[in-house]
Design a protein around this ligand. Structure first.
Ligand SMILES: Cc1ncc(COP(=O)(O)O)c(C=O)c1O
Length: 429
């Protein structure tokens, strides 16, 4: 059976395109975007309007988008409407047009084509697809950092154990982007095959120099995988300009999508090399023959990494979330987020807290990690949670023992002040 026949045969119900259009319009109507398209990062009224698009309540200050992003109502509604429509007729709802439409929104946020994107359940799945799909042999070396999340660490370690590859790490420098390129270069040997790095690290929100690292990877003919769990949806991305082969992210963090959604970018050229290990309906590209020839070919897009039945309403919700971000403008989101990050970092500096994130504005994001002398991070997290109703995340990665604050579009400068008030109180406790 041909892949396109598989799609044609899937019953097209309650057009996903229409659902997305309605969802995006609802957001656009409620939100008054200035005609210039540019929003002042400190326009409190505008960002309050944005916050009102979320059911997220004010019982606590939510500062953990790095762990899980809240979804706007428009996304939740899109999921529910699609699920209701599908359940009325008991259909999966998977259609080629819908799949492509949502991937085109993702492509606008990432700077790539729909055909270079696969749906996954999370960053961890994307990282596993790349790690296990690369043709690596015993003794081949992978370079990564000590500030990675387990989701982009354990797969490489498991492959080290199983296949004898060698995982080498460096601790990111907070001094300069250039120093990080130098640290990678110092680890290169004739056996180096892969660089696996976060765009924005989960530990300190540091922005690693993707382009310069890409140039190094190209010069040494290395596979270049980027963990984008902490960047897509937080800031504009032009993945092509980095020269990376693959980039994985989660829909449920900065993209504000339903939980259990993710995206994997694999360049068309890399798709020929990164072999799908889980294969089934949707991965195939043409006819197959189980009996006489055993012939099978993958599809000629990144959809080759998808397989089997998935929860279509969740991806419709992801599309609505991405359109919500695109409607506000990802540049506007980033200017707002980054300005809050700068304000928090400077406030913490003034208080005398130890900021573990880079000080240079070009190298830190809207995730700021810090610690204080008089209280271990876990205690500080408990104190801020109980006494100041702040939802934060402790950072044990890389032995940092700090506290992470994530600031996204539903946060505002009052939230930054709340964190600073809490830390001030903790320092006096
Ligand atoms: C950098 C990074 N990679 C991977 C992950 C894993 O994400 P998920 O659980 O959505 O796969 C996280 C989660 O916080 C992360 O920060």
């Amino acid at each position: 059976m041909l892949r396109r026949h598989f799609f044609r045969d899937a019953v097209a119900v309650a057009s996903g395109a229409a659902t997305l259009a309605v969802a995006a319009k609802a957001g656009a109507k409620a939100l008054k975007i200035p005609e210039s398209g540019q929003v002042d990062p400190r326009d409190a009224d505008f960002w309050r309007q944005v916050r009102q698009q979320f059911p997220l309540n004010y019982s606590r200050t939510y500062l953990n988008t790095g762990g899980l992003g809240a979804s706007p109502q428009v996304s939740i509604d899109a999921v529910q409407e699609k699920m209701n429509a599908l359940e009325e007729i008991s259909e999966v709802g998977h259609s080629h047009d819908l799949w492509q439409e949502i991937k085109r929104s993702a492509g606008r946020l990432l700077g790539c084509d729909a055909d270079e994107l696969a749906y996954t359940r999370n960053t961890t799945e994307g990282s596993n697809i790349v790690c296990n799909g690369l043709p690596l042999e015993r003794g081949d070396e992978v370079i990564t950092t000590t500030h990675e999340h387990v989701g982009n660490t354990l797969d490489w370690i498991a492959r080290q154990k199983r296949d004898g590859i060698v995982v080498k790490t460096f601790t990111p420098s907070m001094v300069s982007a250039k120093e990080n390129v130098d640290r990678i270069e110092a680890l290169l040997t004739p056996q180096t095959r892969v660089l696996s790095l976060s765009h924005v690290t989960c530990a300190t929100g540091q922005i690693l120099p993707m382009k310069a690292i890409g140039q190094l990877a190209a010069a040494h003919d290395l596979w270049y995988f980027v963990d984008g769990a902490q960047s897509m949806g937080m800031m504009p991305i032009d993945v092509k300009s980095w020269g990376c082969h693959a980039y994985a992210t989660s829909g449920h963090k900065w993209l504000l999508g339903p939980k259990g959604t993710g995206l994997l970018y694999v360049s068309l050229a890399a798709q020929e090399v990164i072999e799908p290990k889980f294969v089934g309906a949707y991965s195939g590209g043409g006819e197959w023959d189980m009996i006489s020839t055993g012939e099978f070919t993958f599809g000629d897009t990144a959809q080759r990494y998808e397989y089997g039945t998935v929860n279509v309403p969740l991806f419709v919700g992801l599309g609505a979330s991405m359109d919500f971000l695109l409607n506000i403008g990802i540049d506007n989101v980033w200017q707002h987020n980054h300005a809050m990050g700068v304000a928090l970092k400077e406030g913490l500096n003034e208080l005398g807290a130890e900021v573990l994130s880079p000080q240079q504005e070009a190298e830190h994001s809207s995730i700021i990690t810090f610690k204080i002398d008089n209280m271990p991070y876990a205690e500080l997290q408990g104190f801020l949670g109980r006494a100041h109703k702040l939802r934060t995340r402790g950072i044990y990665e890389g032995g940092l023992n700090g506290l992470r604050i994530s600031l996204h579009l539903y946060n505002d400068f009052d939230d930054v002040d709340r964190v600073l008030a809490g830390v001030r109180a903790a320092m006096k406790a």
